[in-house]
Design a protein around this ligand. Sequence first.
Ligand SMILES: [Zn+2]
Length: 97
Amino acid sequence: MPSRPGCPGRSRVRSAPGQAGLPGVQGALATLARDVIDLACSSQADSVRRCEAHGRVRLFVRDHARRRWCSTCGDRVRAARHQRRVKEQRRATAADA
Ligand SMILES: [Zn+2]
Protein backbone atom coordinates (compact mmCIF):
# COMPACT_ATOMS: atom_id res chain seq x y z
CA MET A 1 0.00 0.00 0.00
CA PRO A 2 1.40 3.41 -0.87
CA SER A 3 1.80 5.70 2.12
CA ARG A 4 -0.23 8.91 2.42
CA PRO A 5 1.64 12.20 2.71
CA GLY A 6 2.47 12.98 6.33
CA CYS A 7 2.13 9.39 7.52
CA PRO A 8 5.21 7.61 8.79
CA GLY A 9 4.27 4.27 7.25
CA ARG A 10 5.23 0.88 8.62
CA SER A 11 8.90 1.27 7.79
CA ARG A 12 9.12 4.19 10.25
CA VAL A 13 7.15 2.51 13.04
CA ARG A 14 9.34 0.45 15.30
CA SER A 15 8.80 -1.57 18.42
CA ALA A 16 10.21 -0.25 21.68
CA PRO A 17 13.52 -1.87 22.62
CA GLY A 18 12.95 -5.32 24.08
CA GLN A 19 9.29 -5.46 22.92
CA ALA A 20 9.69 -7.00 19.47
CA GLY A 21 7.93 -10.33 19.12
CA LEU A 22 5.71 -9.95 22.17
CA PRO A 23 3.80 -13.14 23.04
CA GLY A 24 0.09 -13.58 23.71
CA VAL A 25 -2.35 -10.72 23.96
CA GLN A 26 0.35 -8.03 23.88
CA GLY A 27 1.75 -9.46 20.67
CA ALA A 28 -1.71 -9.62 19.10
CA LEU A 29 -2.43 -6.02 20.10
CA ALA A 30 0.94 -4.89 18.72
CA THR A 31 0.18 -6.59 15.40
CA LEU A 32 -3.28 -5.03 15.33
CA ALA A 33 -1.83 -1.58 16.08
CA ARG A 34 0.70 -1.91 13.24
CA ASP A 35 -2.03 -3.01 10.83
CA VAL A 36 -4.23 -0.04 11.83
CA ILE A 37 -1.30 2.34 11.28
CA ASP A 38 -0.66 0.76 7.88
CA LEU A 39 -4.32 1.16 6.87
CA ALA A 40 -4.64 4.70 8.27
CA CYS A 41 -1.53 5.73 6.34
CA SER A 42 -2.53 4.03 3.12
CA SER A 43 -4.48 5.28 0.13
CA GLN A 44 -7.34 2.98 1.30
CA ALA A 45 -7.93 5.00 4.48
CA ASP A 46 -10.68 7.05 2.82
CA SER A 47 -12.51 3.84 1.87
CA VAL A 48 -12.99 2.55 5.43
CA ARG A 49 -16.72 2.27 6.17
CA ARG A 50 -18.91 1.01 8.98
CA CYS A 51 -20.94 -2.12 8.24
CA GLU A 52 -24.62 -1.22 7.76
CA ALA A 53 -25.92 -4.47 9.23
CA HIS A 54 -28.14 -3.91 12.24
CA GLY A 55 -26.28 -3.99 15.53
CA ARG A 56 -22.82 -4.38 13.99
CA VAL A 57 -19.84 -2.18 14.73
CA ARG A 58 -17.44 -3.72 12.24
CA LEU A 59 -15.39 -1.68 9.80
CA PHE A 60 -14.35 -2.74 6.34
CA VAL A 61 -12.56 -1.33 3.31
CA ARG A 62 -15.17 -0.57 0.66
CA ASP A 63 -13.74 -1.87 -2.59
CA HIS A 64 -16.69 -0.88 -4.78
CA ALA A 65 -19.31 1.87 -4.59
CA ARG A 66 -22.36 -0.35 -3.85
CA ARG A 67 -20.80 -2.34 -1.00
CA ARG A 68 -22.67 -1.77 2.28
CA TRP A 69 -21.66 -4.65 4.54
CA CYS A 70 -18.52 -6.35 5.81
CA SER A 71 -17.79 -9.72 4.22
CA THR A 72 -19.45 -11.72 7.03
CA CYS A 73 -22.69 -9.72 6.93
CA GLY A 74 -22.64 -9.62 3.12
CA ASP A 75 -22.51 -13.43 3.08
CA ARG A 76 -25.46 -13.59 5.49
CA VAL A 77 -27.49 -11.14 3.42
CA ARG A 78 -26.83 -13.11 0.21
CA ALA A 79 -27.67 -16.44 1.91
CA ALA A 80 -30.92 -15.03 3.34
CA ARG A 81 -31.87 -13.60 -0.05
CA HIS A 82 -31.21 -16.97 -1.71
CA GLN A 83 -33.29 -18.84 0.91
CA ARG A 84 -36.14 -16.36 0.49
CA ARG A 85 -36.11 -16.88 -3.31
CA VAL A 86 -36.08 -20.69 -2.93
CA LYS A 87 -39.06 -20.53 -0.54
CA GLU A 88 -40.95 -18.25 -2.93
CA GLN A 89 -40.28 -20.61 -5.84
CA ARG A 90 -41.47 -23.61 -3.79
CA ARG A 91 -44.65 -21.77 -2.84
CA ALA A 92 -45.28 -20.80 -6.45
CA THR A 93 -44.65 -24.38 -7.61
CA ALA A 94 -46.97 -25.79 -4.90
CA ALA A 95 -49.69 -23.27 -5.81
CA ASP A 96 -49.51 -24.30 -9.50
CA ALA A 97 -49.82 -28.03 -8.70
ZN1 LIG B 1 -20.99 -6.61 9.06
